[in-house]
Design a protein around this ligand. Structure first.
Ligand code: ATP
Length: 238
């Protein structure tokens, strides 16, 4: 059974239809990448699945439970986490305080501040530092840690490597690979096609609100991914 199943999601911004019936399914212990050019609809799709953006149609099922009618905080309590683009930390609060805010779902699970520091060892020494003083990579680690504090079964990450140094991106993916190994379902928006091809279990490409390609890495290529980003599908169409 899939951990996260989104079916025929449609979502708009006023008159503009941003997502035209997108479907995806992420199984436990799998890393799915969502690719596409600026404005393709990736953020709107993630926010719709999380319940942060009201969708026009579609269903979201988490671990077999239909959460479509639930508000965002109830979806979080059901085990769905979103790490938003730009991290959205509280800059004057400490690392620990930011992490503790993520525990508000009150789900049972293994994640504590200390467990986050085991996963991101470089955060432990920053425990009392203001989040706003951290580097981009450190802030991304806090944002992922905050999401983990809600003990999710599925985690969605928007533009995970945007603005990070290559070393910080490697470090973030080391942690994400460990979460995959723990059985979590990951849905990751990524601009770096090479990174996505190297790391993915499955890839989706969106263009103008539609999924234009769905493939495993061994079924596709950089050229096919780039072409699908501009609406020219060469792989398995959905
Ligand atoms: P990016 O990589 O630039 O974030 P994206 O693939 O995540 O792009 P979205 O941000 O979901 O795409 O945008 C999809 C469409 O919806 C675009 O045409 C965008 O201009 C529009 N859009 C996004 N947010 C809003 C908003 N708050 N109000 C109006 N239109 C919006």
């Amino acid at each position: 059974m899939s951990t996260l199943e989104a079916t025929d999601i449609r979502a708009s911004h006023g008159q503009l239809c941003a997502v035209h019936g997108a479907s995806l399914s992420v199984r436990p212990g799998k890393m799915m990448f969502l690719l596409g050019a600026n404005g393709a609809g990736k953020t709107t799709l993630l926010r719709s699945i999380a319940g942060d953006h009201e969708m026009d149609a579609g269903t979201v099922v988490l671990s077999g439970v239909d959460v479509t009618g639930m508000a965002a905080h109830h979806r979080a309590r059901a085990g769905l986490a979103l790490v938003p683009e730009g991290r959205r930390l509280f800059p004057r609060m400490t690392v620990r305080e930011n992490l503790q805010l993520g525990a508000s779902t009150s789900r049972e699970g293994p994640w504590t501040v200390e467990a986050i520091y085991d996963t991101f060892p470089h955060l432990a020494k920053l425990d009392k530092s203001a989040a706003g003083k951290l580097s981009g990579g450190e802030q991304q680690a806090v944002a992922i840690g905050r999401a983990l504090m809600g003990d999710p079964v599925a985690i969605m990450l928007d533009e995970v490597s945007l603005g990070l140094s290559p070393a910080a991106v490697d470090s973030a993916y080391d942690a994400l690979n460990r979460l995959r190994d723990m059985g979590m379902a990951l849905l990751i928006v990524e601009q770096d096609l090479n990174r996505a091809l190297a790391s993915a279990d499955n890839l989706l490409v969106m263009c103008e609100g539609r999924i234009t390609l769905q493939a495993r890495p061994d079924e596709t290529s950089l050229d096919a991914l780039a072409a699908a980003s501009f609406g020219h599908a060469q792989g398995v169409q959905t």
